[in-house]
Design a protein around this ligand. Sequence first.
Ligand code: CDV
Length: 309
Amino acid sequence: MSRIVTVAAAQLGPIQKAETREQVVARMLALMDEAKAKGADLIVYPELALTTFFPRWYHEDRAEADAWFEAAMPNPAVQPLFDRARAHGMGMSFGYAELTPEGRHFNSSILVDKSGTIVGKYRKIHLPGHVEYDPTRAHQHLEKRYFEPGDLGFPVWRTMGGLMGMCICNDRRWPETYRVMGLQGVEMIVLGFNTPSVNGHKAKEGMAQRLFHHRLSVQAGAYQNSCWVVAVAKAGSEDGHHLMGGTLIVNPDGEIVAELEGEADGVIVHACDLDDTRFGKQTIFDFKMHRRIEHYGPITGQVGVVEPE
Ligand code: CDV
């Protein structure tokens, strides 16, 4: 048997501060058309796809940052994405900054089915960075200032013929992210990222090592939970701040089956057979057979390290 989801990982090149939602959506539509021509039935865009990666900019008045947020989804600026995806019979996922009616702020992503209905929402749980301006850093990373941690857990949705999950950027580095979805049988995880090509704390950790850690995290998550992972970058220089690329698709054996070269807008497409997840889930990672939860208490019982006496 096979259950194919032909997925397009749609990388966005840099988005400058001055670019409007409408300009970005026009680029996303061009990628969607390219994905359709290549046979895709699901397209995945990056984290915070509609704007520049604004958490690098410090606003003393927190409310000023609300200009980067979407108060409704869909809204007039993004409606063309929903309309085109439905016309193409294509599912879609993208990240955006969410401002709720209650005034709460999240770094969110949505999953839209082929009829144009939002079937899933995820709010980023592992927020990197800091709250206050930090002069010791090469660049600011103020996600902890502008967002609160996600409050929806790591859900998995039965849609588009499979079991689909989402996470966002820094979440991909944490094994708990994948395992919580793995325990719901996830078959494909889609995620977007904005990863500065230099570590703000460690200048000598350059792009090669950053890309290595990215691949390592995603490949391990895919293999250890026997699922597909689609990881999509926003890349290139945004107003002088460089983001690495590394858009890729990983199979349930943890192998990279497609990877995009370069830092511009671009699409890679791969026919992912969701039934390829079965072998790993039924053998070495048959959780019911092999997990030993009596020894996993510290995973949920403590946050930091507790060293022995
Ligand atoms: N947007 C992110 O979450 N970026 C982080 C960086 C700051 C390390 C990442 O994990 O890629």
